[in-house]
Design a protein around this ligand. Structure first.
Ligand SMILES: [Zn+2]
Length: 98
């Protein structure tokens, strides 16, 4: 059975390939601000991580996020991202723009 092509991305925490919409995009803006990108349209360097604080912590601990951003990720950034994650809305369905 053939499935439709689903865009896949790698989580920088567990390094597993997953459908893009199941992952969270973390982006470092040109100004150096690191945040979740729920729209997929923020400018800057991005990295993908599972909706899991564990993966986020792994990504930071293993310096995968720093590598993706070519910039250091501070403990306060890690805490801020980890505290935001449980409050993020569920992934949007793939129909319609916006
Ligand atoms: Zn993961």
């Amino acid at each position: 059975m053939k499935q439709r092509k689903i865009p896949m991305r790698m989580c920088v925490g567990c390094r597993e390939m997953k459908p893009k919409r199941e992952l969270l995009r973390v982006v470092r803006s040109p100004e150096g601000e690191i945040s979740f990108d729920l729209t997929g349209r923020k400018p800057g360097r991005g990295a993908y991580v599972c909706r899991s604080v564990e993966c986020l912590n792994q990504a930071i601990k293993k310096k995968q996020l720093e590598r993706a951003f070519s910039a250091p990720v501070s403990e306060s950034v890690r805490e801020s991202l980890a505290s935001q994650m449980p409050q993020l809305p569920p992934p949007a369905e793939e129909n319609g723009d916006e």
